[in-house]
Design a protein around this ligand. Structure first.
Ligand SMILES: NC(=O)c1ccc[n+]([C@@H]2O[C@H](COP(=O)([O-])OP(=O)(O)OC[C@H]3O[C@@H](n4cnc5c(N)ncnc54)[C@H](OP(=O)(O)O)[C@@H]3O)[C@@H](O)[C@H]2O)c1
Length: 289
């Protein structure tokens, strides 16, 4: 069966306005593959793009979405990787379902692997974000002791992933509590921020060592002077990353919630609102098509 000439997509029709529309199937380019999507995962970047966060009105008319799993339908003639019609794309270990696979894309390329394990401890701000959940497991698997923050209802979940200490970020004593954990080693020099606001950056800088060079890395850019204003020993940067240890089951994808608010692209519109309004906690929204 040949692919249809039209497909359905979530299209940005105005700033803050996503709609499900029938649109032409993109023409297959030589270096691309055509995939029939079976499940999609949502990310905060999706609703941020709908709102025009990066480029304003230039997003109007574009289609929304990053993470998916599906079946290869056609392979462009210049593609060199061994894709063939009927393959599952993305390639995932057999122990993951399509919905779990759809939850991984942006998160898995965002979490940065540690280099050598010479650091003994790391602080991860926002451990219950989808990327934090992956980051904790990767850090633990790399030999780090991890302290992290989340709401109390996620404490046990993050401990089950291997976090050594978990702190409530809304607690008035959160800073002192983390410092007490950090002072236990006098060498906390790494912080990874999965929320990445000025406030969270300052807290991260405040818990790092005052005597040793420290490194703050965040999922969204935060000006280095924000971090330096709190702790001059700390540099700042923005992380993208490569891979995680999924195949042997040591790293698990974030729990998925499938079709919250409805199936398919209509459900995606509900999910975008849920994400934007902060009602997604400790899990990843995925929609089957
Ligand atoms: N640069 C990149 O490539 C890249 C890639 C992916 C994501 N990002 C960005 O990184 C951020 C996280 O993305 P995600 O997909 O991992 O998030 P997510 O899973 O949608 O985050 C939801 C979680 O955020 C936590 N949270 C919300 N506000 C918080 C705060 N002020 N302090 C601490 N925790 C807070 C909540 O924890 P509790 O329920 O426990 O309170 C909730 O579980 C977003 O801003 C996103 O745009 C960047």
């Amino acid at each position: 069966m040949s692919p249809p000439s039209d497909i359905r997509a979530v299209v940005i029709v105005g700033l803050g306005k996503p709609e499900v529309k029938t649109v032409p199937l993109p023409k297959l380019r030589d270096n691309y593959i055509l995939v029939r999507t079976t499940a999609v995962g949502l990310n905060p970047t999706d609703w941020k793009h709908v709102d025009g966060a990066r480029v304003g009105e230039a997003v109007i008319g574009t289609r929304v979405g990053c993470d998916y799993a599906g079946i290869v339908e056609e392979v462009g003639k210049a593609v060199t990787k061994p894709f063939k019609k009927g393959d599952l794309q993305i390639v995932v270990p057999e122990n993951l379902s399509d919905s779990q696979a759809a939850s991984l894309g942006v998160g898995i390329t965002t979490v940065r692997p540690s280099s050598s394990g010479e650091q003994q401890r790391i602080f991860i701000y926002g451990g219950s974000t989808a990327t934090g959940i992956l980051g904790i497991q990767y850090a633990v698997a790399s030999g780090y002791r991890v302290a992290t923050t989340c709401s109390p209802h996620n404490f046990e979940y993050l401990k089950s992933l291997g976090a050594d200490a978990v702190f409530a970020y809304r607690s008035p004593t959160v800073l002192d509590d983390i410092k007490a954990w950090a002072d236990g080693c006098d060498s906390l020099t790494l912080a990874w921020d999965c929320v990445a606001s000025k406030e969270t950056a300052k807290l991260c800088a405040a818990v790092l060592s005052r005597t040793k060079e420290g490194h703050y890395r965040s999922l969204l850019p935060v000006p280095e002077e924000v971090v330096r204003s709190v702790n001059e020993q700390v540099d700042a940067g923005f992380t993208f990353a490569l891979g995680l240890l999924l195949a042997d089951g040591r790293v698990k994808p974030a729990d998925t919630e499938v079709n919250r608010g409805g199936k398919g692209l209509e459900g995606v519109l509900v999910g975008l609102r849920e994400l934007k309004e902060g009602r997604v906690s400790g899990r990843k929204l995925v929609y089957t098509l």
